[in-house]
Design a protein around this ligand. Sequence first.
Ligand SMILES: O=c1ccn([C@@H]2O[C@H](COP(=O)(O)OP(=O)(O)O)[C@@H](O)[C@H]2O)c(=O)[nH]1
Length: 490
Amino acid sequence: TYYRHHRYIPHFYRYREHQNTNPHPHPNTENLLPEVSNRVPNVAAQPGVPTYPRIPEVFHPAPRALPPIPEAFHPVPEVVHPAPESYRRHAEVYRPVPRAPSPGNMSRIFYGIMFDAGSTGTRIHIYKFIQKDPVELPVLDNEMYHAVKPGLSAYKDNIEEGGNTVRQLLKIAKKTIPEDDWNRTPVVLKATAGLRLLPEEKASALLKEVQEVFDESPFYVPQNSVSIMNGINEGVLAWVTVNFLTGHLYSNTRRTVGILDLGGGSTQITFLPKSKKTIDAAPSSYIARFNLFNSTYQLYTHSYLGNGLYAARLATLGALGADGLEWKIFRSSCLPKKFREDVSFGGTTYKVSGIPDGYAGYKLCYYEVMKVIKGIVHQPYEVKGSSIFYAFSYYFDRAVESGLIEPGRGGAIEVRDFKKRAKEVCNKMTKYRAISPFLCMDMTYITCLLKEGFGFKDNTVLQLAKKVNNVETSWALGATFDYFRNFNIH
Ligand SMILES: O=c1ccn([C@@H]2O[C@H](COP(=O)(O)OP(=O)(O)O)[C@@H](O)[C@H]2O)c(=O)[nH]1
């Protein structure tokens, strides 16, 4: 458990109004996401209506006139295609109990609890926000983070124990958040690939158990606070987090950064296309439209279920969905020849080994992992260009393990660095055996995913980051923003 002290001003909570010069552009306008000048609204100040500072425009809003939103901020990344999640349909507005400000101190403190129920672990993020006064907007003060392993899906046959992992993590929230704030602090859990990969009745039973744990907790439980998040929101919300933390959402530049997330069960690629060609060439389900600060964004995003690192290991071994798990041994030339072990993923155990009397090494391994990449059929045109991508989660972890980057620092590397290091690890398996017997397979898979899957060039630069500005690079912060309108005090 640790705190990340952090002071951050989420500028995009600030109200702004677009002066859109062309409210009815041609639908096929070449530049889909033009720059919009950020003119100060030409409206005389009204008594009782707060005025807001001029802030830099979010670049690339769609050329559409959007009705002004009466709230001071509206950072809800509503994905409108495909259908939004059910909790959005039943959106409720939570009104915090107003508390008399203490004399001389107008600060209000708010917390938000977001659980990330991933396939390899369950994590709690407790965000603390400070609102200095009713007109100024909240500041993200710090994040408290704790993770437990394995993930919820490993408790598919022991639901109660699964609920207990969440109960344990909630104890940390109780210790972190002052008691007076409990009943106005929203608690939300979103599950990703681990639960998506389970049979529906098992996943529902786990979610029901978590719902009961939440209901017995002293925190504020919004409607539909326990759900499986769809892959689109997973990609979009991580993009929002990273671009928020890197300052791209409110900067005056025309750049944003793309994101590459490699989980245990699924992998996401998300970026804001620069060219209409990219959008036209993409399958329509890969384009997500959402509203953020009065602007509509269109992102290229896709989550490949089964292409997360742990799922890919099993697929490489031919173990995913196989029968005879009690007696079959799944072999691979990506593993050290003498290696033999039982591995568990999603609550199932598999016997795996190297090929004792065969060959091992990069080339054979590359050939094996290629089978798993075949599902990634769409290579977006723009990844051939010079766009910057932030890569985190297991991209980061494996880059650290293989010595490509320093654990505390992260840094920029090229796609070819992964390839070079994969070759080295695979061709000297004994040397890297102690770090992880799977390192050759993982590094080869990452190389293959980036090159053959998404179509990145050898010289594409990836920015590896576990944290940006001291906050975890994960969809959790983006997802928490969704609940800020509940704290809207205007
Ligand atoms: O706030 C977070 C959330 C995840 N992770 C990392 O992301 C990967 C986990 O992916 P997970 O198994 O949750 O992925 P999924 O179930 O979505 O495929 C691991 O490296 C975690 O350590 C992290 O570092 N911080």
